[in-house]
Design a protein. Sequence first.
Length: 398
Amino acid sequence: MNIETVAIQSTTHTDSQYGSIGTPLYQTSNFRFRSPGVSTGYDYTRSGNPTRNTLEQVLAELEGGAGAVAVSTGMSAIATVLEHFDSGSHIICTHDCYGGTARLLNLFKDQGKFEVSFVDLSDPISLLDSIQPNSRCLWIETPSNPLLTVVDVEALAAIAHSSNLLVCVDNTFLSPFNFLPFEFGADVVIHSTTKWLNGHSDVCGGAIISKTTELAERFKYLANALGTSTGVFDSWLVLRGIKTLGVRMRQHEANALVIAAFLEKHPNVSQVFYPGLASHPTHELAKRFQKGYGGVISFRIRGSYENEVCHVLGSTKIFALAESLGGVESLIEHPATMSHASMGAELREKAGITDDIIRISIGIEHIDDLLADLSQALDFSCFAEKQSAFTAKEEVVA
Ligand SMILES: Cc1ncc(COP(=O)(O)O)c(C=O)c1O
């Protein structure tokens, strides 16, 4: 079945008792035993719940994995996966990863739990150079955030596997609609389901999907042991969001392609980062690995943070000034002071996340309204007036 069909059908045939089309919501913390020692298959919701299990089955099917566990946030997915590794392990991570991922890895590094290397994975050879005898995990984010650099997952996974590293891919930015990391060598896929999978900005959630049954069992065990498994109502909401994944992702991308082309021609924008543009340095890699380009665009403003950048951030009316991405609503944010503030200035500078970069998440509003909103926000004539008034005053003084 195609992914649009899986997203709907696998959530539709779950009620054997009454045949409800909607997934039943088992909003309960515990389950009555049939008799001493004989459960219904469920005993306590942290360990398992039929609504959450349906979500886990759907996620595994969408990604093509052997099993999944749904956890409370994207960060708890990352933290749960990292618990798999013994202390003293060396973790290699994409250098321009999500700020929260960098913060957690740096925390573990400072506590002496892990050795961590942030590496520019755009050249697979740099991975080869960074592997040590204690390296255990390669953490890939593709496309990276916020510069949207696509990496050669297949080559990286082959190198990592030759040294027995576990290859984990954060597939939050693309969703299984646009990219299937298991097809290119990933062992584990994680998601912040907060983003495209839920798609309606009303849930924080995460997921770990595993290629093998053994890994799936291991992460289910860890989620139960750590207590990171997600709530039942949140599971139900994500299930409902997933049903429209296909139509939403198509519309997000259709809007994003038009907006990226508009920004590329705009005189007040000096650079656009969107892998769907032929001008993007990793456009060819995106075409090779991805089925689509997603709905996130970053761009560089001609001007200073204090003036032009803040003007754009403060002037949009449809694009809400907010962190996160992947909802039906369009959002605008400033990576250096918002999503990537926790990364720290040094790592940001190394990753090229400068103060003139703005990131937008493209919603599914009408394209004409989105273009009009960006167009008025990118009008810098107020600065031109200030500039000419300043020049005129200087002339009078002179
Ligand atoms: C790529 C990526 N991974 C993980 C996360 C963390 O997800 P959550 O906010 O659900 O914890 C985010 C959040 O923005 C993200 O962008």
